[in-house]
Design a protein around this ligand. Structure first.
Ligand code: NAD
Length: 249
């Protein structure tokens, strides 16, 4: 993680699903860059541990992104703890795969709820506070599965393509309020989400399908998210950024 790079001094961010993986890496980098963060997750133990590690600049709220009422608690906590809200990172998600013909209605509906409805509820919840702050940045974590068709990704891919579409439409709706909305599309990143699929060798292994020949690290996604949260990206909205080692080129 680089100590240099865009600063986030005075900014307050909500990062969903930040108890582990990329969200936790983003919380750490944001605080290092001068921000205060509200960490949310359904994994209370992990979320509390990340917040404790970050001290006074972080608080944890146990929250399921599909719960609209809980979103009010999240935004209220941000303002009560740190006085304002500037940034939302819609990071929380579930990953499951199955060929389209054997995918179940239950699993398809669940992935759409968590990966697409959740970010939508988050956007609705934070917009009033972002307006009060005079503008802000919303970063939606999609996937390379939101850029191209992948085997077994009917449900997850539909949710991540949907999040990409939500990003573009929200960017247009909110531009007048100086609220920017962009999507990030990670490739294969070494986190607990995909650990089972990658096996024990993970990052060490040569990954011939990836032009950069390796899988990515959570902090490499966090660097991009920090940039999009910061004023360094002030003229960027409705845009899509792959961080995938060249996988989708
Ligand atoms: P992860 O599983 O390590 O972390 C995701 C976090 O989200 C977990 O802590 C989990 O408890 C939380 N979460 C799940 N459902 C939730 C809910 N309903 N409410 C609140 N929190 C919930 O995964 P990660 O790799 O860090 O994923 C971060 C983001 O990156 C996700 O949007 C994921 O889809 C995306 N992504 C990951 C990869 C990858 O290879 N790891 C690739 C492309 C995109």
């Amino acid at each position: 993680m680089s100590a240099d790079g865009p600063r986030l001094d005075g900014k307050v961010a909500v990062i969903t699903g930040a108890g582990r993986g990329q969200g936790a890496a983003e919380a750490r980098l944001f605080v290092q860059a001068g921000a205060c963060v509200v960490i949310t997750d359904v994994r209370a133990e992990e979320g509390r541990a990340v917040a404790a590690e970050l001290g006074d600049a972080a608080v944890f709220v146990r929250h399921d992104v599909t719960e609209a009422a809980g979103w009010e608690t999240v935004t209220r906590t941000a303002v009560a703890s740190f006085g304002r809200l500037d940034v939302l990172v819609n990071n929380a998600a579930l990953w499951r795969t199955a060929p389209v013909d054997t995918e179940t209605e239950e699993s398809f509906a669940l992935l759409l709820r968590v990966n697409l409805l959740g970010p939508f509820l988050g956007i609705k919840a934070v917009v009033p506070e972002l307006r009060t702050a005079g503008g802000g940045s919303i970063v939606n974590i999609s996937s390379t599965a939101g850029l191209k068709g992948l085997p077994g990704h009917a449900a997850y891919g539909a949710s991540k393509f949907g999040l990409r579409g939500l990003t573009r439409s929200a960017a247009v709706d909110l531009a007048g309020d100086r609220i920017r909305v962009n999507s990030v599309h990670p490739g294969v990143i070494d986190t607990p989400m995909v650990a089972g699929a990658l096996g024990p060798e993970r990052g060490e292994r040569d990954h011939p399908r990836v032009p950069l020949r390796r899988i990515g690290r959570p902090d490499e996604v966090a660097e991009l998210v920090r940039y999009l949260a910061s004023d360094a990206s002030a003229y960027i909205t409705g845009a899509e950024f792959a961080v995938d080692g060249g996988l989708t080129t």
